[in-house]
Design a protein around this ligand. Structure first.
Ligand SMILES: [Zn+2]
Length: 397
């Protein structure tokens, strides 16, 4: 039987191999992932299925069949795709998975989220070697196209017969890592609302002091949004839970044709992330600000997410209780949070699958989507160990 050290070496090697597959947007070829994960399934002794309901975007499922097959199963969810890189900004090649003297492994996907996919599998490898047999069936899933909002991934797969047949009763997905002995568990996501505000007005010679110009209206809108943003920032700095904070950013600004012509329109694009319970009120605010800004100021929706339910994180959810008790035994406590960013978890919740978002990679600087994304080997291995406690607990719930 493999020693602990050998198991650690295998885990790190598999992680680095997976990182070396450039499953990076756009136009991803997922076939190397299929090949790699099929080999993993064989090695560990898991059933392997590839669903190809969405052309060129396969969903892979590695199944560990439980003792009580009729019980709703557990899904351990991850995504195979990663976001593009600015290669020049990296000190290590982004798809080499170099390891430095501190044990940091550098690669796109090291945090988001090839780590977790492999951590699930390596935990299962250890559990199987230890003779554990799960009660509920466990499906480790690898989805495509998450970084694209799940359009060619989870959004379509959750409606397929293949997915429904998995009979999922609970899902664990990516989340946010915590610090020290405090883990973060995500039970909901804010709604994303991106929109363009059109500020239109009279045009004329740049030397004139006209009334009713697009610029004055734009200034009013900017003041309102940035005053509101400042209030949210104060709440955040004061240490309030981010669950009730609205994030706002101006992301695109357009307008003007020539430096001596007053333009007929300026447009401003805002990206906002709004807690469900504040959504309507915020929408009313935006409408009021546009009205007060002057004539012909209006909002064009670019992306308005549906309302997705949160997952209960109380005694009514046996999986939450099982998770909490399992990590408490390892000396951790759990903080609950609503996520500002989006993940596949919101889509699972939309399909009424209770889903919690989690990352075991404690005390790691957040480098998701950033240059020099890395994960430390010891953090990675500790995460594997943590899942060896969490996975059986969920399966036995
Ligand atoms: Zn991710």
């Amino acid at each position: 039987m493999a020693s602990q050290k050998q198991l650690d070496t295998i885990a790190v090697e598999n992680f680095r191999q997976y990182l070396r597959i450039p499953s990076v947007h756009p136009d991803i070829n997922y076939e190397p992932c299929v090949e790699f994960l099929e080999k993993q399934a064989k090695d560990i002794g898991l059933e392997f299925s590839v669903f190809r309901d969405v052309p060129k975007n396969p969903m892979l499922v590695l199944t560990w069949t439980g003792r009580e097959k009729s019980l709703p199963s557990i899904m351990l969810s991850s995504h195979m795709d990663v976001v593009p890189v600015y290669e020049k900004m990296w000190t290590h090649k982004p798809f080499d998975a170099d390891i430095d003297e501190k044990g940091n492994i550098y690669a796109r996907g090291a945090q988001d989220m090839k780590c977790i996919g492999i951590q699930y599998l390596e935990a299962i490898r250890r559990l199987k070697l230890g003779g554990v047999q799960p009660r509920r069936t466990i499906h480790v899933t690898f989805l495509p196209d998450e970084e694209n909002g799940g359009l060619r991934g989870a959004k379509q797969y959750i409606n397929t017969e293949n997915f429904k047949k998995l009979n999922i009763g609970f899902a664990l997905d990516e989340g946010k890592h915590g610090e020290g002995n405090t883990l973060i568990l995500v039970y909901g996501e804010k709604r994303r609302w991106s929109f363009r505000i059109h500020c239109t007005g009279g045009t004329g010679h740049g030397s004139l002091l006209l009334e009713n110009t697009a610029g004055e209206k734009m200034r009013y809108i900017l003041d309102k949004f940035y005053d509101f943003r400042a209030e949210q920032l104060v709440k955040k700095i004061e240490g309030n839970s981010t669950d009730h904070i609205i994030s706002i950013n101006l992301t695109i600004l357009h307008g003007g044709v020539q430096n001596n012509v007053i333009p007929d329109e300026f447009t401003l694009v805002f990206d906002t992330r709004v807690p469900d319970e504040d959504f309507e009120k915020f929408e009313d605010n935006v409408a009021q600000w546009c009205k007060d800004a002057g004539k012909n100021v209006w909002v064009e929706d670019l992306r308005r997410d549906d309302k997705y339910p949160n997952t209960a994180a109380d005694d009514s959810n046996i999986f939450w209780v099982a998770f909490k008790e399992a990590v408490q035994l390892e000396g951790y406590k759990v903080d609950l949070e609503i996520l500002s960013a989006n993940s596949n978890a919101r889509l699972y919740r939309g399909a009424l699958i209770p889903t919690l978002g989690f990352s075991p990679n404690q005390d790691t600087p957040v480098k998701m989507h950033d240059h020099d994304e890395f994960l430390n080997v010891n953090v990675f291995l500790k995460g594997v160990k943590l899942y060896t406690h969490i996975i059986p607990a969920l399966s036995n719930a």
